[in-house]
Design a protein around this ligand. Structure first.
Ligand code: ADP
Ligand code: MG
Length: 691
């Protein structure tokens, strides 16, 4: 069969499968199954092993297994209620006897006869010495066994679709296509990685002869799914690389700037800055992600890139997620660039309308070299005279999909920074179109933050501890519970907590409050008060999560810590331990669940963000950590990024080979793969080309 014809079969409605009518088709749509292609790629979530055979003496309560039994009694019938008809018999092997019971299965009548042997398959109920199998399926011992043997797929279901029905139509659909499908993976690749052929894989993922074959089938399908994604991402990336950029010159003034810093750059900071300089002095536009744990010193690296831009006569932009952070960067950078002739403007929600207009005008007239501001403000029609660099801080707060775009005639260099510790293998999937630099080293002499998980019985002692550290001249944060649904509820909770502690538990201390419902200018005032040390205890929602740097704060208290992701707790904890003082993090955990306990344990045990995210991933799977929605992690039909990390590594190597040697374009045996990719990613490619 030629490809086109086969394609049309895969795209034809499931109603062309035997036993699928209009009503069931509707139900199947709820599972995302509309075409034959959808059905055959609706993979089992698990399997039932009917090959397992036991003897009576081995049976345990809850077993599901096959068993060969001789019928010892005639089948009895009773009808205790109008709708309940019960068939019962006793059967046994040389090791013992069990009762077989069927409810409302009238076909049993006359089929099972005393003295004969059958194979039964069903679930075992064992209460004391009494063993029973309810509604077992059966076959004659000497027949060609179909139902009581083999591995049966288990699919996720929806109302009105039973397991048996889905198995049946899956079989019917496979019978239409198996043997006729062309493999999109070239022979060469299949050989190299011992990947099974596609028709074999499809048959054996649904109806495997044994678990070995199922594993072979699965590996191949996972490989294919990940390879397609990876190749798509690489192609997207390549179609962007060709964008030419602003070629800048390295300036010796940068060396002077570095030598005058109050500290030495870590090796990791130097390495990453070198990568940035290489990009910026090349012909091409830089698209670089800087990933570094909380406190690894990303800001200074970005600032050096900014300085390089300004020294080359271009403008730079520093975009951050919150006004609080913008204000803070503005203060630090103003001091750091004091001796240079640079005009820096701050563009946040607390800037007046008139002031905003003036700033915009200055940017347009090239009278301002650096703008620090929040995304929202910078995205509304700010026109740059000579934009050379855009830095986005704390990218993880926005998700990949929402990468900020600044309209610009030139192709400014791009740096995005994130503290979200992403296992290396996943980086390309999350940030496929960016080059990645990692700051994998903290500045020396950081004292590890002592972390404790406590429950409410410790509340008074925690308040005493807050008083103690405040008496010593330090400051504390108290973070209020996260309320996903509503910023309003969250704000109210923060207000009532602040009220309670200032009237009772922490009476006499100076307590500040910030939350998402406050006006930008109010938030900035409170933060300035905290930074200046006038506020001793800051009650806050997660608005302080990102980037805030108050080195005198040495205690972080988090209420209802179990509601936060570990990456977020790690971010919050990163607000302390930024100065010379021993710092502490206290996590109030109200949940008694095992998983909550384990997660708190990870926080108390580990201080490295990578380690934390890996441990969290083991507990919860990657989707939960990054949040599929927020971070644009694709949804997979069969691959599982945690379990399949080894396959992903193979795939990444393969994909980069394929791209490097231009096999998709140049090799006939890669044609089908190329066509497939184009059909999937064409829209995306066009989007990139248009930008
Ligand atoms: P993050 O990577 O979380 O954004 P910051 O850039 O805010 O971290 O840096 C955290 C703190 O570390 C700042 O106070 C900064 O001045 C300091 N810092 C940065 N680099 C170094 C270094 N090489 N040695 C010592 N301190 C450093
Ligand atoms: Mg930062």
């Amino acid at each position: 069969m030629d490809n086109a014809k086969l394609n049309s079969i895969l795209y034809s409605s499931i109603q062309s499968v035997k036993q699928v009518g209009t009503a069931t088709a509707k139900k199947l749509n709820k599972l995302g199954i509309e075409t034959i292609g959808d059905l055959i790629t609706y993979y089992p979530r698990d399997y039932e092993d009917r090959n397992k055979e036991k003897k009576v003496f081995e049976l345990q309560d809850g077993d599901e297994c096959a068993i060969i039994l001789r019928i010892l009694n005639g089948v009895t019938f009773s009808r205790p209620r109008r709708n309940l008809r019960i068939y019962k018999t006793v059967a046994g092997d040389e090791s013992g006897q069990i009762t077989l019971t069927w409810f409302n299965q009238d076909y049993i009548k006359g089929k099972i006869s005393k003295g004969n042997e059958y194979v039964f398959f069903g679930k075992v109920k064992k209460i004391g010495p009494h063993i029973e199998m309810v509604n077992p399926i059966y076959e004659e011992v000497n027949s060609e066994r179909k139902k009581t043997t083999g591995i049966q797929p288990i699919y996720s279901l929806t109302a009105g679709i039973t397991q048996a029905y889905l198995r049946m139509i899956q079989r019917n659909a496979l019978d239409i296509v198996i043997g006729k499908l062309t493999d999109i993976l070239p022979n060469e690749l299949r050989k190299k990685y011992s990947l099974s052929e596609y028709n074999f894989a499809l048959e054996n993922i649904h109806f495997p002869k044994n678990f070995e074959q199922k594993e072979k089938a699965r590996k191949r399908l996972v490989f294919e799914e990940l390879l397609i994604l990876q190749l798509g991402l690489l192609q997207l990336k390549n179609s962007q690389i060709v964008v030419s950029g602003i070629k800048m010159q390295y300036k010796p003034a940068i060396d002077k700037f570095i030598s005058q810093l109050p500290y030495q750059l870590t090796n990791a900071q130097q390495k990453v800055f070198k990568e940035i300089v290489n990009d910026m002095t090349s012909e091409n536009q830089m698209n670089r992600l800087i990933q570094g744990d909380v406190g690894s010193g990303k800001t200074i690296v970005a600032l050096m890139a900014i300085l390089l831009t300004i020294l080359n006569g271009y403008q730079a932009v520093f975009m951050v997620p919150t006004g609080i952070l913008a204000e803070q960067h503005y203060q630090t950078i103003k001091v750091a660039l004091e001796s240079y002739d640079v005009v820096i403007e701050l563009l946040t929600g607390s800037v007046t309308k008139k002031e905003k207009e003036r700033i915009k005008q200055d940017i347009k007239n090239n009278e301002c070299q650096l703008v620090i501001g929040t995304h929202a403000l910078l995205e509304e029609n700010v026109e740059f005279a000579k934009l050379g660099l855009v830095v986005t801080d704390e990218q993880h707060r926005f998700g990949v999909k929402q990468r900020a775009v600044l309209p610009s005639k030139s192709n400014p260099h791009i740096i995005v920074m994130t503290a979200t510790p992403i296992p290396r293998t996943l980086s390309l999937i999350l940030y496929g179109d960016l080059d990645i630099s990692i700051i994998d080293e903290l500045p020396p002499n950081r004292k590890p933050i002592k972390t404790y998980s406590v429950n409410d019985s410790m509340r008074n002692r925690v308040y005493q501890f807050i008083r103690k550290i405040v008496n010593e001249g330090r400051q504390a944060y108290i973070i209020c519970p996260l309320v996903e649904e509503s910023e309003e509820v969250e704000a109210e909770a923060a207000m009532s907590l602040a009220k309670r502690i200032s009237e009772n538990d922490l009476k006499g201390l100076s307590i500040g409050l910030v939350h998402g419902k406050m006006k930008a200018i109010e938030k900035d005032q409170v933060m300035a008060g905290f930074a200046a040390g006038n506020i001793q205890v800051l009650v806050s929602t997660t608005v302080v999560e990102v980037g805030v740097n108050v080195p005198n704060a040495s205690l972080m208290v988090v209420e209802n810590a179990e509601r936060f992701g570990l990456a977020q707790l790690h971010q919050l904890r990163g607000r302390v331990g930024r100065g010379e003082y021993q710092s502490y993090c206290i996590l109030f955990c109200q949940s008694k669940s095992e998983i909550a306990r384990k997660r708190m344990e990870i926080m108390t045990k580990y201080s490295d963000g990578f380690m934390i995210s890996e441990k969290d991933m083991e507990l919860r799977g990657p989707g939960d950590i990054f949040g599929t929605r927020q971070h644009g992690l694709p949804e997979f039909k069969i691959a599982n990024l945690y379990e399949d990390i080894e396959i992903l590594k193979e795939v990444q190597k393969t994909a980069s080979d394929i791209v490097k040697h231009q096999m998709l374009e140049g090799r006939e045996d890669y044609n089908i793969l190329q066509e497939h990719l184009l059909s999937l990613f064409e829209d995306k490619m066009n989007e990139v080309a248009l930008n």
